[in-house]
Design a protein around this ligand. Structure first.
Ligand code: MF3
Ligand code: CO
Length: 291
């Protein structure tokens, strides 16, 4: 983070103020961490108030779409029908489903049932049955701004074991969120998530993580949920990223479907759960933008 700006130049953030009256001290503080050997954020992932407002509007649509799925999801429905719900609600609200055609992903949403960890592709052949747990992962583009969140849904009567997995995974996200504050580290959050999962006898997927989000679908930093306190990127106000751990009942090992090259499964075919929120680091604390 070497800023070549002069003290009297306009600030990089677009406020129109002089650098010395705006982000100069902020940059010096970040630079201090960089000198100490920490990974620090680039200006490109620190959002301006105007960008945050745009991202917040996108996130409102994302929330509304997931609320709509929650109202309509039911036993006997195909995941293709969930895709239709997501496409229709997103476009009705003026948004574009971000997954559609993203790196050739063929649908508007990811639907991941039981042993599917993530990136399940909606299909006419997959029918929700009694006892299933499903993650519905919705992402929206609105006015060029991106949002991303996902929830678990329990179909019919799920057993005690799956219920506990779903609940503990949600608790993991909450424990992680509590650690998100400016001038702490991403690993503080990751360790809190991991510890809670392990304490409950579960494992956390290592290869797939969360991400910065807002101006693009996937931005820096890459976000691990098996990381260590004091490590990982420094958090500063204006950063936005996802907390979306994939928590497995058995092994943390996963593999990708050879045919579709998207669907990720647990190696032992035991169930996996995931909840995803999108969080903004604020001056004092944090704000959940999407859930
Ligand atoms: N929504 C997923 C995430 O949380 C991304 C899925 S990429 C897609 O990062 F193409 F499968 F949609
Ligand atoms: Co995400």
């Amino acid at each position: 983070m070497s800023s070549k700006l002069g003290r009297n130049d306009p600030c990089w953030c677009g406020s129109g103020k002089k650098y010395k009256k705006c982000h100069q001290q902020f940059d010096e503080k970040i630079n201090h961490y960089a000198v100490m050997g920490h990974e620090v954020p680039d200006h490109s992932i620190i959002k301006t108030p105007e960008q945050i407002e745009g991202i917040r509007e996108s996130a409102k649509i994302n929330i509304a779409v997931l609320d709509y799925v929650a109202e309509n999801i039911r036993i006997g429905m195909t995941t293709e029908e969930i895709d239709k719900l997501v496409y229709e609600k997103t476009t009705e609200l003026g948004g574009i489903p971000a997954p559609l055609n993203y790196n050739e992903f063929p649908k508007s949403v990811c639907t991941s049932i039981n042993e599917v960890v993530c990136h399940g592709i909606p299909s006419n052949d997959v029918i929700l049955k009694d006892g299933d747990i499903i993650n519905v992962d919705v992402s929206t583009i609105y006015n060029g701004y991106f949002s991303d969140s996902s929830r678990m849904f329990c179909i019919g009567n799920i057993g005690e074991e799956k219920k506990r997995l779903v609940d503990v995974t949600k608790e993991c996200v909450k424990k992680g969120l509590e650690m998100v504050k400016p001038w702490t580290f991403l690993g503080d959050m990751g360790q809190a998530v991991h510890e809670h999962a392990v304490k409950n006898g579960y494992s956390v997927v290592r290869e797939i993580g969360g991400h910065g989000v807002g101006l693009k679908f996937h931005e820096d930093p890459w976000v691990s949920y098996v990381s260590k306190a004091g490590e990982g990127m420094l958090l500063v106000p204006g950063m936005i990223f996802t907390i979306e751990p994939m928590v497995n009942m058995g092994t943390d090992k996963v593999f990708v479907d050879k045919n579709d090259e998207w669907t990720i499964y647990t190696a032992d075919k035991k169930p996996s759960a995931q909840w995803e929120i999108m969080v903004l680091v604020t001056e004092e604390d944090h704000e959940v933008l999407a859930y």
